[in-house]
Ligand binder design. Structure first.
Ligand code: HEC
Length: 103
């Protein structure tokens, strides 16, 4: 996974501006696949789990929620820990990725 993250970074750096949006979605997808999907799934969370579904939700809503978890104005032991290490770019990428998915 490190190799993929590194290549994604490399690609981002070489990418012309108009392709950055596609690249952010790719970076968001990598994050979602390695981290978030363990609880939230990609399209739907596992049926018996208490995890909110993220696919197709409003990107701004997701970004705001993640920033609130990160600065702990929204409390959740799990999500405060999850969001603690996310950069603004990570949040933007992963929110953009989930928002574009059809649930
Ligand atoms: C270990 C399990 C777990 C992982 C991994 C996880 N989450 Fe969560 N997430 C939760 C739980 C539990 C909640 C509900 C928390 C609450 O009550 O506020 C939640 C809530 C959320 C919400 C709020 C949804 C809403 O309807 O308001 C967002 C957005 C979110 N998570 C995004 C993410 C993202 C993005 C990642 C990956 C970086 C991630 N989560 C990783 C367990 C997890």
């Amino acid at each position: 996974m490190k190799v993929i993250a590194f290549s994604a970074l490399l690609i981002l750096n070489l990418m012309p501006v108009q392709m950055v949006n596609a690249a952010s979605i790719y970076a968001g997808q990598a994050k979602a696949a390695t981290v978030c999907s363990q609880c939230h799934g990609i399209k739907t969370p596992s049926a018996d789990a208490p995890f909110p579904s993220l696919a197709g939700r409003d990107a701004e809503y997701l970004k705001t929620a993640l920033k609130q978890y990160r600065d702990k104005t929204r409390k959740s032991e799990i999500m405060n820990a999850m969001a603690g290490s996310l950069s603004d770019d990570d949040i933007s990428n992963v929110a953009t990725y989930y928002a574009r998915l059809k649930p």
